[in-house]
Design a binder for this molecule. Structure first.
Ligand SMILES: NC(=O)c1ccc[n+]([C@@H]2O[C@H](COP(=O)([O-])OP(=O)(O)OC[C@H]3O[C@@H](n4cnc5c(N)ncnc54)[C@H](OP(=O)(O)O)[C@@H]3O)[C@@H](O)[C@H]2O)c1
Length: 182
């Protein structure tokens, strides 16, 4: 089977985009437990023009497709329909479809945008993690898995003060999967 390639012929990178509190929380009762306008802008900049992959519950929390991006929703329910998105039955099927979309538009990345269940399954195949570290301990019911520093290397960090429309200060951190000897 031939894999879909981007314009340059390379496989698109699998990139996780997430905002995480200092205690690992990412969600509460199906929603985000904060208001971070600065992070929403960063999220848009990181994902625009790229296929985005998400779980059915995250899709429900968005309430509409993210514009300017192919929206791919994972659900075990074969009858589930999502207007403005494509529904697939597994993470593998989502990545396969996302590779086709990435090849069609020449995108070098596929973005995994949550939530907890999908992050837990996809961190094993992710090349890059764009993590917004929310500078607070927050109550919630959904968490991001621990990042293993033996697997991922912290390659970028930027501290941001709390803006007018942000409930908390943030650190933007990028982790890259370490090269392994073949
Ligand atoms: N802080 C952040 O950056 C961030 C980002 C995204 C989401 N969130 C938050 O995270 C929470 C949602 O996360 P969640 O863990 O509850 O749900 P989720 O990961 O968004 O979606 C879970 C659903 O995805 C489907 N699914 C998961 N694994 C599957 C597999 N292997 N094969 C087929 N389908 C599969 C199932 O859908 P069916 O039940 O339909 O089968 C499952 O119920 C919300 O609070 C949201 O606001 C936070």
């Amino acid at each position: 089977m031939t894999e879909a390639k981007t314009e340059t012929g390379a496989e698109p990178k699998i990139v996780i985009v997430v905002a995480v509190a200092t205690n690992g929380v990412i969600g509460r009762e199906g929603d985000l437990p904060w208001r971070l306008s600065t992070d929403l802008k960063r999220f848009k900049a990181l994902t625009i023009g790229k296929p985005v992959v998400m779980g059915r519950k995250t899709w429900a929390s968005l309430g509409r497709p993210l514009p300017g991006r192919a929206n791919i929703v994972i659900s075990r329910n074969r009858d589930f329909e999502a207007q403005g998105a494509e529904v697939v039955p597994s993470l593998e099927a989502a990545l396969e479809l996302a590779r086709k979309h990435a090849a069609a538009v020449g995108a070098g990345e596929i973005c995994i945008i949550g939530g907890g269940e999908i992050y837990r399954q996809s961190i094993a195949v992710a090349d890059v993690l764009h993590v917004t570290e929310v500078q607070a301990e927050v109550d919630g019911d959904t968490r991001f898995p621990a990042i293993d520093p033996a697997v991922f290397e912290r390659v970028f960090e930027e501290e941001l003060p709390r803006g007018e429309k942000d409930s908390h200060a943030m650190h933007f951190v990028t982790w890259r999967r370490r090269e392994t000897a073949e």
